[in-house]
Write a new protein. Structure first.
Length: 296
C-alpha cells in the first residue's frame, strides 16, 4: 500500500503559491519563518505581499529569497510582533522611534500605538526610559542648576576680599563640582577574511568615532578634539548623537573619559557578513560597537 504524501501542503501550487517555510532578506539580514506568521495580521504590508497569487511581482535577491528594502536589525522586532502580537523590547532600547517608523511602514497600527511616546497630563514626555527627556524633567536638574549658579555667584560675591585669596579658593572649589551623566562612544569597523585562515584578515582603519550624550559633558571631556560641525548650535543642556572626534584611536578616547572621572558600564556590538566578490570566498565582516560610560 502506498504511503500518503504529507508534503503537498508545503509545496507551492496555483491556489497556494507560497511554501510553508519562507526565507526573507531584509536589508541584508536573512530571516526564516513560516508563511502563517507573515499573514497573521490582516491588512498589514506583509499580509498583502504574501496573500497575493502573483509571486513574480515580489522582489528577490540573487539566491531567490524574498527581498524587503528596510532595516534588517529592527525587523526582528517586527517579526516577533507578527508571531504573537506582543511587544517585548530590551531594557533601555535606544531606537524606539525608528522602530515606530518601521511599524508604520509595515502597516501595523497596534504596534505603532505600543511604540508611541507616553504623554503625561501636562503634555510632557512621560517616564519612558527609551526617550531622551529634556533637562527640565531630570530629578537632579534643580540641584545641578543651583550648584552651577552657586559656583558662579560666590566668586563675584567675594571678589573684594583682601588679596583675592578667598576668590581663588572658591573658584577652585567650583571647578571640582562635576555633573553626573552618560557618554556613549560608537564606531564602525570592518575587515576582510579569507576562507583558509584568520591570519589573512585585512583590517580597515576606524573611520570615525561618534559621541552621544549631553553637549556640555561632551565638550568638557573632549574639548578641542570634539568636532561639532554636524550640530554646531546645540544648547549645552540638550543631548546630541551627531558629534564625532577628530582622532581615530579608541584608546585616546578612553583615556580622556577616565581622566574626567567616567567609567565603562556597558558595551554592545553587532556585525554582518557579506561576500567580497562572486568569484572568491573572501568575506567582509562589518561591525558596529558602542561603549557606554557613566560618571557619578
Amino acid at each position: 500500500m502506498a504511503l500518503a504524501d504529507n508534503t503537498g501542503s508545503t509545496k507551492p501550487s496555483e491556489d497556494f503559491p507560497f511554501p510553508e517555510i519562507i526565507e526573507l532578506n531584509v536589508g541584508g539580514q536573512v530571516y526564516i519563518t513560516r508563511h502563517p506568521t507573515l499573514v497573521s495580521v490582516p491588512g498589514s504590508l506583509l499580509w498583502e505581499m504574501f496573500t497575493q497569487k502573483n509571486v513574480r511581482s515580489l522582489a528577490r535577491d540573487s539566491k531567490g529569497r524574498f527581498f524587503v528594502d528596510r532595516d534588517g536589525f529592527l525587523f526582528r522586532y517586527i517579526l516577533d510582533y507578527m508571531r504573537d502580537q506582543q511587544l517585548v523590547l530590551p531594557d533601555h532600547f535606544p531606537e524606539r522611534s525608528r522602530l515606530q517608523r518601521e511599524a508604520e511602514y509595515f502597516m501595523l497600527p497596534e504596534l505603532v500605538k505600543m511604540l508611541a511616546p507616553k504623554l503625561s497630563k501636562q503634555n510632557s514626555l512621560g517616564d519612558d526610559p527609551c526617550q531622551s527627556d529634556p533637562e527640565e524633567l531630570s530629578p537632579n536638574a534643580d540641584a545641578t542648576r543651583n550648584l552651577t549658579s552657586a559656583s558662579v555667584a560666590l566668586p563675584s560675591a567675594v571678589a573684594g576680599g583682601p588679596g583675592g585669596a578667598v576668590t581663588a579658593s572658591v573658584g577652585a572649589a567650583g571647578t571640582d563640582v562635576r555633573r553626573a551623566g552618560f557618554i556613549t562612544i560608537g564606531y564602525r569597523g570592518s575587515y576582510t577574511l579569507g576562507r583558509d585562515s584568520q591570519t589573512d584578515a585585512k583590517f580597515r582603519r576606524v573611520a570615525r568615532i561618534m559621541v552621544c550624550g549631553k553637549t556640555s559633558l561632551a565638550k568638557e571631556v573632549f574639548g578641542d578634539t570634539l568636532n561639532e560641525s554636524r550640530d554646531p548650535d546645540r544648547p549645552p543642556e540638550r543631548y546630541t548623537s551627531r558629534y564625532y572626534l577628530k582622532f581615530t584611536f579608541l584608546e585616546q578616547a578612553f583615556d580622556k573619559l577616565a581622566d574626567a572621572g567616567f567609567h565603562m558600564v556597558a558595551c554592545n556590538s553587532t556585525g554582518t557578513c557579506a561576500f567580497a566578490h562572486d568569484q572568491t570566498d573572501d568575506r567582509i565582516w562589518t561591525s558596529y560597537t558602542e561603549y557606554v560610560f557613566y560618571r557619578e
